[in-house]
Structures are given as C-alpha cells and as structure tokens.
Write a protein that binds this ligand. Structure first.
Ligand code: CTP
Ligand code: MG
Length: 242
C-alpha cells in the first residue's frame, strides 16, 4: 500500500540543455551560446537560471566535440553539470544528453529540456511548469498565445486567416518522462520535422499540455536579440529586487 507514495517521493528531475548548435542566423564569430551579455556568456546565464531553480539532480549539457569554449566557463566544473557530446541536429544533441545520464535516471523521472539560447528563463516559470504537470500522464511545454493575426499564404497571396485562438508558440523548457522522451526521440532519429521534444511525442500519438510561459523567455536567434535579452534581464532584476 505504500508503493504509490514511495514512488512519487523518489521521482527526480533532470535538466537537459542542447548547446551544440553553430548559431548560423546570429552571424557572429562564435556560436551564440558563447556571446556575452550582462557580463556572462549566454550559456552561463542559462545554466545559472536552471541551477537557481534548485530542483535538478543534474543538468546534462550537450556540447559539440570540437567546442573550444566550454572548458573555460566557470560553470563547466559545477558538480551538478554533466557534459555530453553534441549531435548533428538538436534532437540528436538532446538524445545524447539523455544517454549521458542513463545509469542514474529512471524511466519515470521528469526531464526538462531547455535551449541554451534562452538565457532569460525565470526560475518561477520552471516551478510553475513542474507544479502544473507533476500529476500529468504525458507532460508538456511552456508556450505563448499568438497575439498577431495570422495568415495562411500561398505564392504570396493570402488563402485564409488562421484561427488565432488555436495557435501557440512553443518555448522551452519542455517537460516529459525520461523513458517516454528517450524512446520518442529514438523513433524520430533522422526526421528533420522534429524541431522540439513535444513534436517527437506528438508523433507517438501523445498530447502534451500547454502551460503559458513568460514572454521574456526569448530565444536568441538573430543579432538584435542580444540587446533585447539584456533589456529583459535588467527588467527581471528590478522585478526581483523591487
Ligand atoms: N542545438 C544543439 N545541437 C544541434 C543544433 C542546435 O544542441 N545540432 C541547440 C542550440 O545550441 C540551441 C538550441 O539547440 O541552444 C536551439 O537551436 P537554434 O536556436 O536553432 O540554435 P542553432 O542551431 O545554433 O542556430 P541556427 O539554427 O541559427 O544555426
Ligand atoms: Mg538551428
């Protein structure tokens, strides 16, 4: 009769951070996760936000095998941070980071996958995601409702207006069970349409839940995003300190 309770108590949380991209759209002299803003690299900010949540047994970070920058980061030697090899696509990097913790993680444990390129994640959003999904079968993702009117377009002419209330923008973290996530990604290897974890689960016929996230959790993609992220970090500091 104690089995359910003891199982719930022993469930752990792991973070996975794909950080092995080249940042082509950023057009900089190095991958965008190593560009600096507010005195630290993007990747350090991201890892510090995850550590600040204080819920993860470990944070598995996928780093390219040719990466010359990682070892100089102060966070690289943190006892909770594990380095894994990066892969060809984002999904390959995530799978590699999951494999790196396979001897410790249980299939029922929760994994939160978070882009290295989203350094403005608030620990409060991590907690809200976990609190909302803890008793969920499948898990889910942070997302934002779309505010713009959206058009379906063919050859530069509008065919129709998309029903906006049905459209959400997927953010990270994305939270799923270790076992389900790993097998969904393994089943999707080589499928370029799998651009986030949720889409790998959707392919298995599962329906991840949406949890509304903060709009300042932006992904650094283009040069102008760096200044925007710095602005959001300053705003967040004022929010915290009052
Ligand atoms: N990523 C990864 N392994 C890859 C490709 C991407 O770990 N083979 C990571 C990136 O480092 C980033 C996250 O996945 O943290 C989201 O991807 P994206 O924003 O597309 O980053 P890049 O692929 O680096 O950028 P770009 O597409 O402009 O080249
Ligand atoms: Mg990319």
């Amino acid at each position: 009769m104690t089995s359910k309770l003891s199982m719930t108590q022993s469930i752990r949380y792991w973070a996975v951070v794909p950080a092995a991209g080249v940042g082509k759209r950023m057009n900089a002299d190095r991958p965008k996760q190593y560009l600096e803003l507010a005195e630290k690299t993007v990747l350090e900010h991201t890892l510090l936000r995850l550590l600040a949540a204080d819920v993860f047994s470990a944070i598995s970070v996928a780093i390219s095998t040719e990466d010359p920058y990682w070892s100089s980061l102060a966070t690289a030697t943190h006892p909770k941070i594990v380095r894994a090899a990066g892969g060809k696509e984002r999904a390959d990097s995530v799978l590699s980071a999951l494999t790196a913790i396979r001897t410790e993680a249980a299939d029922v444990d929760w994994v939160l996958v978070h882009d290295a390129a989203r350094p403005c994640l608030m620990p409060s959003d991590i907690h809200r995601l976990i609190d909302t999904l803890n008793n969920d079968e499948v898990g889910g993702i942070l997302a934002l409702p779309s505010h713009d009117t959206l058009k379906n377009v063919q050859n530069q002419y509008i065919t129709h207006t998309v029903e906006r209330n049905k459209i959400w923008r997927a953010l990270t973290p994305q939270m799923f069970r270790y076992g389900v996530l790993k097998s969904a990604l393994e089943a999707s290897v080589g499928n370029l349409a799998i651009t986030d974890e949720a889409s790998a689960l959707e392919r298995q016929g599962l329906q991840p839940k949406i949890v509304e996230g903060r709009p300042d959790n932006i992904k650094i993609t283009r040069p102008e995003d760096l200044a925007l992220a710095e602005f959001f970090m300053r705003q967040q500091l004022m929010e915290i300190t009052g």
